[in-house]
Design a protein around this ligand. Structure first.
Ligand SMILES: CC(=O)CC(=O)SCCNC(=O)CCNC(=O)[C@H](O)C(C)(C)COP(=O)(O)OP(=O)(O)OC[C@H]1O[C@@H](n2cnc3c(N)ncnc32)[C@H](O)[C@@H]1OP(=O)(O)O
Ligand SMILES: NC(=O)C1=CN([C@@H]2O[C@H](COP(=O)(O)OP(=O)(O)OC[C@H]3O[C@@H](n4cnc5c(N)ncnc54)[C@H](O)[C@@H]3O)[C@@H](O)[C@H]2O)C=CC1
Length: 283
């Protein structure tokens, strides 16, 4: 199958990035969210990124306009009837994702592949709410999507070889490097990354060091591009907490317990960069 039209669901930081790289790869892309203002914010972010590419001489103004013209705003999931491939990048919550996949299964033509950008939720469980589990797959991009090369591809128990191959080819078309991973909580990326972030938050909680000091240790001592506390703010503390919960419940192992300070910040609405405040403040 030749993928020509994609729908990306969720126009937040990940969805807008995925829509951008898909449109850059020549696809027509519906960018869907529950409110017009969220779609507009996502599209504005894409336009800003593309303008920067023009300024830096990486693309022409005409390229930018052509990419923007391939992006179609959507607040109606029924637009997915036109899509060959859907990437769901809505909030990290099984109830929200299940409801979306049930509806997509009804709306989309039989050939449409339904992918999820979930950070940690089981692909097999998401697939099970549809009548096409062989066409459901995990396609996990990294943040910021236009910059990071990796796409972790996660097969559910029933994902077909054909759908796996198509997703791998599409990732390459989007100039990403696909890596195949089995369906276990947190996959590889967040099983390894998130306990480190959670531990760094414990260091704040226990007064071992300030967020600034912890980030300096990991940047200067381990050559990480961003310290773990800053990275947590960047990912979104709500997303970090959701991932820790999946690891904790999925493995039933206390080593994955989310730090109480992380819970407290999320309850306060301190979600990190996207809400203006997390461990650091943003304007
Ligand atoms: C939670 C999950 O499920 C999985 C995940 O995604 S985990 C998170 C994975 N991501 C990471 O670990 C990111 C770690 N951080 C980094 O790699 C870097 O700090 C960074 C790429 C984000 C920024 O790089 P930097 O050198 O510190 O800053 P900066 O010079 O401003 O940016 C470098 C380039 O990235 C671009 N960039 C930065 N943020 C961007 C964004 N949000 N969107 C698009 N481009 C962006 C900048 O425009 C810049 O490009 P040019 O200068 O070439 O035009
Ligand atoms: N933040 C990160 O670093 C990464 C996040 N992810 C995953 O990507 C997904 C999205 O994360 P972010 O973009 O960071 O979150 P975000 O909070 O920036 O955006 C989520 C968007 O989904 C929308 N949404 C919620 N319910 C919806 C529905 N029913 N229909 C359409 N849109 C809906 C919200 O309005 C919001 O705009 C999550 O599953 C997350 O785990 C994956 C890789 C990295």
């Amino acid at each position: 199958m030749n993928v020509q039209t994609m729908m990306v669901i969720g126009a937040g930081q990940m969805g807008s990035g995925i829509a951008q790289v898909a449109a850059q790869a020549g696809l027509r892309v519906y960018l869907n969210d529950i409110r017009q203002e969220f779609v507009d914010r996502g599209l504005a972010g894409i336009a800003k990124n593309l303008s920067r590419n023009v300024e830096k001489g990486r693309m022409t103004e005409a390229d930018k306009e052509a990419i923007l013209a391939r992006l179609v705003p959507s607040t109606d999931l029924a637009d997915a009837k036109d899509a060959d491939f859907v990437v769901e990048a809505a909030t990290e919550n099984m109830k929200i994702k299940s409801e979306i996949f049930v509806r997509l299964d009804e709306i989309c033509p039989p050939h449409t592949v339904l992918a999820s950008n979930t950070s940690s939720l089981p692909i097999t469980e998401i697939a099970a709410v549809t009548k096409r589990p062989e066409k459901v797959i995990g396609m996990h991009f990294m943040n910021p999507v236009p910059v990071m090369k990796l796409v972790e591809i996660i097969r559910g128990l029933q994902t077909s070889d054909e759908v796996y191959q198509l997703t791998e080819d599409l990732s390459k078309q989007m100039e990403k490097v696909p890596v195949s991973v089995n369906d276990f909580p947190g996959f590889v990326s967040n099983r390894v990354l998130m306990p480190m972030i959670n531990e760094a938050i414990y260091c704040v909680y226990e007064g071992v060091a300030t967020p600034e000091a912890i980030d300096e240790v990991m940047k200067l001592g381990m050559n990480h591009p961003m310290g773990p506390i800053k990275l947590a703010d960047f990912i979104g503390l709500d997303t970090c907490l959701a991932i820790m919960e999946v690891l904790y419940e999925g493995f039933g192992d206390s080593k994955y317990r989310p730090c109480p300070l992380l819970r407290k910040y999320v309850k306060a609405g301190w979600l990190g960069k996207k809400s203006g405040r997390g461990f650091y403040e943003y304007n």
